[in-house]
Design a protein around this ligand. Structure first.
Ligand SMILES: [Fe+2]
Ligand SMILES: [Fe+2]
Length: 298
């Protein structure tokens, strides 16, 4: 089984990001993978997400999406005060946009393809926030600081239990609680496939990295440490695909292959789109029954 994956398309960030998508779709058609995965951060605008997913309409394989932090931003204080929040996007608008465009909203609908279970979640982080960031943080990764600051402003996980007379909207849930909630759901979904005899291995897709080994040196780990425990606790989990940090990774953490292949911010890129695409898309090959010749063949 050939799984193509990418993340962090950020089509709203620059013209080059926007224009790359059709090239990405063309290359994918030629590769013709068995599964295609986008591990989050397309755009805070639902219309941009719809456009992007639609670009992959010519791809016939199962297409899976998991949102990133920028996809759940509510980019207006007025909207937030009016009661619109990230939960609304996460559980309603984003799944809708996926289904309109023949993408599976993986965080809502775990999926089995040819004996492989696919499970997804945005993930979230439970670190101390921007105050923990050392000032000597590498320039190449400054977007991570922007992301933390922007999450504080635009990621709006409302606490409905705090809604009471006289309280101004929105009352936000602390990141630690949000991380715990998404970890719980991820654990349940993985557990379901761990017990499912039809599933021989599990691929976990999260936007935030599940392992500190995927982190950037000098920056706080932008994920939840509990997520790695959940992955380690299930023997069938063999692959982790994530995003958020804009550099490519392919490493082994215990027995789990942890990969990431983001597009990132392309504003300063001078290369041709055809050349850029090669760095924004990867294939992982899982060995399955179809890879072996049938018994008795020469
Ligand atoms: Fe990103
Ligand atoms: Fe992100």
């Amino acid at each position: 089984m050939r799984i193509a994956y990418t993340s962090d398309l950020h089509v709203d960030i620059s013209q080059r990001n926007w224009e790359l998508i059709p090239y990405l779709a063309e290359i994918l058609k030629m590769i013709d993978p068995d599964v295609f995965i986008i591990a989050g951060d397309v755009s805070p605008e639902i219309g941009d997400l719809e456009y992007t997913l639609e670009c992959f309409a010519g791809l016939q394989c199962p297409k899976l999406f998991v949102p990133g932090n920028q996809d759940i931003w509510v980019l207006s204080e007025e909207m937030q005060e009016g009661g619109h929040d990230s939960y609304e996007k996460y559980y309603f608008y984003l799944p809708d946009a996926c289904r309109h465009n023949q993408f599976v909203p993986l965080w809502m609908e775990p999926m089995i393809v040819g004996g492989v279970g696919f499970v997804g979640s945005i993930g979230w982080y439970d670190h101390a926030g921007p105050s923990a960031v050392p000032s000597a943080f590498s320039r190449a990764h400054h977007y991570l600081l922007d992301s933390v600051w922007n999450d504080m402003r635009w990621a709006c996980w409302s606490d409905i239990s705090m809604m009471m007379e006289g309280t101004l909207w929105p009352v936000r849930r602390p990141d630690v609680e949000v991380a715990r909630e998404f970890n719980l759901r991820l654990d349940q979904d993985i557990d379901g496939f761990e017990r499912e005899p039809l599933v021989s291995e599990i691929v976990v897709v999260t936007h935030y990295p599940p392992f500190s080994e995927l982190s950037v040196e000098g920056a706080p780990f932008p994920g939840s440490r509990d997520t790695s425990g959940i992955l380690f606790a299930h023997d069938k989990v063999t692959v982790s695909i994530s995003g958020h940090i804009h550099d490519k990774r392919d490493l082994l953490v215990r027995d789990i292959r942890a990969v990431r292949c983001p597009v990132g911010y392309l504003g300063g890129e001078q290369r041709k789109y055809q050349d850029m695409v090669k760095d924004c898309l990867e294939i992982i090959h899982l060995i399955d029954r179809d890879d072996f010749l049938p018994e008795g063949s020469p």
